[in-house]
Write a new protein. Structure first.
Length: 434
């Protein structure tokens, strides 16, 4: 059985290296502005028939307690902005009558950094991490990422993307980026994967109409002793800030992937495969003081979550939130994802059916928050989770979740912190009270 240490993710995070520096240098000692909110959280949730579907020996009704923290911060300098959100929490079974040990720790991290290294060179960093023994829908989905629930044990997903934008002329840009990602599982029936990739592109600013980009990318998917895949991508994109509050990005292109993988049931034999296809993506967000919504969708080549081979992944999300007065917040979030085999002519049926759907996942959450005192906030919500899978370590699910959560503000400083996805150029940032 593979082991996934609860603290293993700490060595992966770039944000984890910067956080101690920020906390050790408060806003009063720096020329910049540090906005921080730290909350303690406690709550209870009921997962309905989830336990019974995972393990028939469990009771049909499962109620869990939850305790944790929520840290949100943003730091603004004249030439650098960063934002971070980190939420660790611990869940444990309250109705543990059958003697099973149902408990686990979830870590959720989102980090963004934008900095002008000089007048022509701009640095962009984006990092996300989720380590969980379960599906956790307390935080809304903000990126089109494959979601799938394992039958047993923890799973960890981590992505780090670093890019440089070099201004070549008044309107021309050179784009260089590298990406590293991991997916790790405790379940021995699932395959860990590691991806490292690079991209090179060029952009042209159209003044009021945004930016057009063309890019080339290469990636290596490593499945340890199960094999590897080499992927190449090409695409064109258009990105635009439609006013101060609206952000749009559209991309289309194609991919080609060569794989050398272990044949199922025969570790000594490996199969060489090649596939080509199309890829595309859409992201659109509007962020205002009283109303925020974002949507995204993507179709792309993927290393495959736990599958041990490259697949195509279709992902989409939608999130809406609004404030009614100063105390009440309402939200609606949803995400869907699907993994499918590549369309390979003449593929051995033992390796996979052409274009078969391997995993399908959908979840929706309706939530409400009420700030009934300066330091207290009460949240509640209802979620519906559905999953179908043809891969044995993943399970078929269809259940409802109810949750209630009480948050207590321990510390705050400055104005409301920016979210990582809302970072813009450092010289364009303004505080909420301007």
């Amino acid at each position: 059985m593979k082991r996934l240490a609860a603290t293993e993710w700490k060595g992966l995070s770039l944000a984890g290296l910067l956080l101690p520096f920020l906390l050790a240098h408060p806003a009063g000692a720096q020329p910049g502005r540090l906005n921080v909110v730290l909350e303690a959280e406690a709550g209870v949730r009921n997962d309905g028939s989830y336990g019974n579907q995972q393990d028939p020996a469990l009771r049909q009704d499962r109620t869990l307690g939850r305790a944790g923290f929520n840290l949100q911060l943003s730091y603004a300098l004249e030439r650098l902005n960063l934002a971070l959100g980190y939420s660790p929490s611990y869940d444990w079974a309250l109705n543990n009558d059958n003697g099973s040990n149902l408990s686990g720790t979830t870590h959720r991290l989102d980090f963004g950094l934008v900095g002008d290294l000089n007048r022509q060179l701009r640095l962009n960093v984006r990092e996300s991490l989720l380590s969980t023994p379960d599906v956790d829908l307390y935080a809304p989905v903000t990126t089109p990422e494959t979601t799938v629930v394992t039958q047993r044990g923890n799973q960890l997903s981590h992505t780090l993307d670093v890019s440089l934008d070099q201004t070549l002329s008044r309107h021309g840009l050179l784009l260089i980026g590298v990406t590293h990602s991991l997916r790790r599982y405790q379940d021995a029936g699932l395959v860990d994967s590691e991806t490292i990739g690079g991209r090179l592109g060029a952009g042209f600013d159209l003044t009021r109409w945004g930016r057009i980009e063309a890019n080339l990318g290469v990636s290596r998917y490593d499945y340890q002793d199960r094999g590897e895949s080499d992927a190449r991508t090409i695409g064109v994109a258009w990105a635009s800030n439609l006013g101060r509050d609206n952000h749009l990005r559209v991309e289309v292109g194609s991919y080609s992937v060569d794989s050398t993988l272990e044949r199922p049931g025969d570790p000594a034999a490996r199969e060489r495969q090649t596939d080509n296809g199309w890829r595309g993506g859409l992201q659109f967000a509007q962020d205002r003081r009283l109303f925020h919504w974002s949507l995204g969708a993507s179709h792309d080549i993927s290393p495959g979550a736990g599958l041990g081979r490259a697949v195509t992944a279709d992902n989409a999300f939608l999130g809406l939130s609004t404030s009614i007065g100063r105390r009440l917040t309402l939200g609606l979030d949803g995400n869907v994802s699907r993994q499918r085999d590549l369309d390979r002519e003449g593929t051995d049926p033992a390796f996979g059916d052409s274009r078969s759907s391997l995993t399908e996942f959908a979840a929706g959450t309706a939530r409400a928050g009420w700030s009934f005192a300066p330091a207290f906030r009460l949240e509640g919500g209802y979620s519906r989770i559905w999953q179908r899978a043809r891969v044995e370590p993943f399970t078929n699910l269809s259940y409802a979740r109810y949750y209630v959560n009480l948050a207590f503000r321990i510390y705050d400083s400055g104005t409301t912190p920016l979210r990582p996805e809302n970072l813009g150029r450092p010289t364009d940032e303004k505080s909420d009270d301007q």
